[in-house]
Design a protein around this ligand. Structure first.
Ligand SMILES: [Fe+2]
Length: 364
């Protein structure tokens, strides 16, 4: 019989997710921002081949990233799992084969900018089609949550259940169909060849000349959106529960992060592709475009749009400077610390870009 623990240190164990990453023998990156996923150090990954690293960002274990490099001409070993996973291609080109147990395989070819959602517990295998360049991909997943929920890797990675309601080979053109826009700012599809060219809808509630498209993909439970901030502008600060991961995919800018009541101790993170920001619970965050052209981000956040997240950000229900206890609280341009805009204006001047917002003296 196991000896009963006598002290907290004896009793305490790390989470199942942290133990899993330790077992994988690759790095675990923590914090609320990483400046460049493209150059992040990865190490050899025995389980699937290639190199890998994991994240535990924003002091939460719901969503996490898995950053993977496949060597020139290389491939990863096939896997399936009971967590949802959406793949984004940061560099290179290749293919993924996806199949359900006992069914024919479907191949999806991808290159930089592609977003592909893997159906739950479907087999998948990724290949690098270049013989000279490595490719670097990231998976946005709820692996941390699922591993902590069940605590049993055999259940998570070796589970025979087939979710044929989510995907079967007979669902013709599942990955080649262009998808459908259901509503303003809401699009359902399973594969996007290049999210940097994906058409978005205006989103003035978040900021001047800002646009967005929320994505429902492959019946996964992961909520996602693509957001764009035009040249010479920035979006208003807001905060919410931890778990959102924002990955810069195009443009040049910075991010401000601060906890409520600590506006003067703002942290500033330079954010070129591929920076990621994953604010802690209630941590304010604010995106600034300082470059030429648009500043575009991919976000994993909230719950899936078919899992209760579909109407969540209805503008009429978005709190603004009203109830500081509301989790979707935001600070409008008029209420923010004037130093924020002054700092932004100086950055634009350095880059020879004009401010495309109303002057400060028109504040309410
Ligand atoms: Fe956010």
């Amino acid at each position: 019989m196991a000896k009963a623990p006598k002290t907290f240190d004896e009793w305490y164990v790390k989470s199942s997710y942290q133990n899993f990453v330790r077992q994988e023998g690759v790095p675990l990156y923590e914090g609320s921002a990483l400046e460049d996923l493209g150059s992040l150090t990865l190490t050899d990954w025995e389980r699937r081949g290639g190199k890998a690293a994991y994240t535990r960002l924003g002091d939460q274990e719901y969503y996490n990233l898995q950053i993977v490099e496949i060597p020139p001409g290389g491939e990863l070993k096939p896997e399936r799992h009971m967590y949802d996973s959406v793949m984004y291609v940061m560099k290179g080109r290749g293919a993924a084969t996806i199949w359900q147990e006992g069914e024919p395989r479907t191949t999806v070819e991808w290159e930089e900018g592609a977003l592909l959602a893997i159906p739950l517990n479907a087999w998948h295998q990724e290949f690098n089609s270049s013989g000279s360049e490595p490719c670097r991909i990231l998976f946005g997943t709820n692996m941390a949550h699922v591993i902590n929920l069940y605590g049993n890797l055999d259940f998570v990675f070796n589970n025979p259940f087939v979710f044929s309601d989510r995907y079967t080979y007979s669902m013709q053109s599942f990955f080649s169909d262009k998808g459908q826009q259901w509503n303003l700012r809401l699009y359902e599809t399973n594969f996007i060849p290049d999210i940097r060219k994906f058409s978005l809808d205006p989103y003035p509630e978040r900021g001047n000349r800002t646009s967005i498209m929320r994505l429902a993909m492959s019946n996964t439970s992961i909520g996602m959106h693509i957001m764009s901030v035009s040249e010479g502008t920035y979006v208003t600060a807001h905060r919410h529960e931890a778990r959102a991961h924002v990955i810069v995919v195009e443009g040049e800018g910075y991010e401000l992060l601060f906890m409520p009541g600590e506006e003067r101790q703002r942290r500033r993170v330079p954010t070129n592709p591929y920076a990621v920001v994953a604010p802690r619970h209630n941590e304010y965050h604010q995106h600034f475009n300082t470059g030429k052209g648009e500043y575009r981000m991919l976000a994993f956040r909230g719950s899936g749009l078919r899992q209760g997240g579909g109407r969540r950000y209805d503008p009429a229900r978005t709190a603004q400077d009203k109830n500081p206890y509301d989790l979707s609280f935001k600070i409008s341009y008029e209420k923010e610390d004037p130093a924020i805009r002054e700092e932004y204006y100086k950055e634009l001047e350095k880059n020879g870009i004009s401010l495309r917002l109303k002057p400060l003296d028109q504040r309410g």
